[in-house]
Design a protein around this ligand. Structure first.
Ligand code: FE
Length: 389
């Protein structure tokens, strides 16, 4: 038996936020957001107005930091217990939405702690007190449709990657006006994150015909629209917002692979944005995985209309196409070119490889890995060399 879980409703397109009038009949909404960008661009006022017009009382919980902390989550849960909302609306980048998902759990179950819910798929039933609406401002993480949330305990330096279909939102609003405010580099990095989600989901051990369809279409849409989106084309940016969401639907159910395992550890170690780490690693991870799933990688190359008469040629074409895409986006292809010195790299390379093997994304990778092969892939992504795996 397999399961596929998504939000019940997606509203998408320009001004999709207006559709929140569908919440008529609910009483109270708590709005969870990050810094000031949603306020600055007027989206917060707009959101509050729509909710007020629908007859809801609102309360604001703002200031969720990037990589949200355990403390912020507990504070937000307390604010929810004081206000007693029947709707939680999270608006902003991945961080406020991730934080609000965890707040939701502790709002409904005040006696629980992170230790009680850290094991995947052990969360209690939610939606007894509130439903969850997510409005993303960036086009990459797709947390508005996924079963995941990452919260950091800064005292113990432990990251809790929470995973359970209970925290998959009920409503996702993909208002294409909002990501228009993203700066160029963020658009490029988050777009490559989305492409990696779709490619890893397509070859992941748990892929299904349902996730395959979403992943392949997402790959095509990112490939066709990302460069134009970064250059500021409004329609392309809107299509990217939908493509990243489809990639999210695929990977929330099919899971990811070692490109993400390595991106998690290198991102933290070298302070390079998550999406850019994926952009650097993806061509080398595809080469590594090709031994285990070259037909599926060839499917992707076919879907993009890339040249090649054999599966091996198609794999090479896809690797080249991703490197070319990076070039067009201004993303340098190796960690070395991204400013990591060799001394710094060699000091932590084994540590990264060991930790990447233990990452939750490693289990669903199509090819088995150990520390030695993880280190090999990492060396390729540092030096930019092609290695026979
Ligand atoms: Fe990602």
């Amino acid at each position: 038996m397999a399961r596929f879980t998504l939000p019940r409703d997606l509203y998408f397109g320009p001004d999709a936020m207006n559709e929140l009038s569908c919440l008529k009949g609910c009483k109270k909404a708590i709005i969870v957001t990050g810094g000031h960008s949603m306020q600055k661009f007027g989206f917060l006022d707009k959101l509050e107005n729509i909710l007020h017009e629908a007859g809801l009382e609102t309360k604001l919980f703002e200031g969720v930091e990037p990589d949200p902390s355990v403390e912020t989550v507990y504070r937000g849960a307390q604010a929810m217990r004081d206000f007693e909302p029947d709707v939680i609306v999270a608006i902003g980048g991945g961080s406020p939405i991730d934080a609000a998902k965890a707040m939701w759990v502790f709002y409904e179950y005040p006696e629980k702690t992170f230790d009680d819910i850290k094991e995947p798929f052990t969360m209690p039933k939610l939606r007894r007190k509130a439903i969850f609406v997510a409005i993303p401002s960036t086009s990459g993480t797709a947390t508005e449709v996924t079963a995941f949330s990452v919260i950091t305990d800064y005292k113990t330096l432990i990251k809790y990657p929470l995973a359970d279909f209970e925290i998959t939102p009920d409503i996702a609003i993909l208002d294409s006006n909002i990501p228009l405010t993203m700066p160029k580099a963020l658009t490029a990095d988050t777009g490559m994150d989305a492409l990696t989600h779709a490619i890893e989901a397509y070859v992941a051990a748990l892929h299904s015909p349902i996730s395959d369809a979403l992943a392949l279409k997402a790959i095509q849409m990112v490939y066709e629209n990302l460069v134009a989106s970064v250059e500021g084309n409004v329609e392309a940016r809107g299509r990217m917002h939908i493509a990243q969401c489809m990639a999210g639907m695929a990977f929330s159910n099919a899971l990811l692979g070692i490109c993400h395992s390595l991106a998690h550890k290198t991102g933290a170690q070298f302070d390079i944005p998550h999406g850019r780490c994926n952009a650097i690693l993806l061509p080398y991870v595809i080469e590594y995985n090709a031994t285990a799933c070259r037909h599926r990688i060839a499917d992707i190359a076919h879907a993009l209309g890339l040249p090649g008469a054999t599966t091996r040629q198609l794999v090479n074409s896809l690797v080249d196409a991703i490197k070319n895409l990076n070039k067009k986006l201004g993303i340098k292809q190796t960690y070395r070119e991204n400013g990591v010195s060799e001394e710094e790299y060699l000091k932590v390379a084994d540590f990264i490889a060991e930790n990447a093997v233990a990452d939750p994304c490693t289990g669903s990778n199509p090819r088995e890995t150990d520390v030695e092969s993880m280190r090999k892939v990492l060396d390729c992504a540092y030096y930019g060399k092609d290695v026979e795996f």
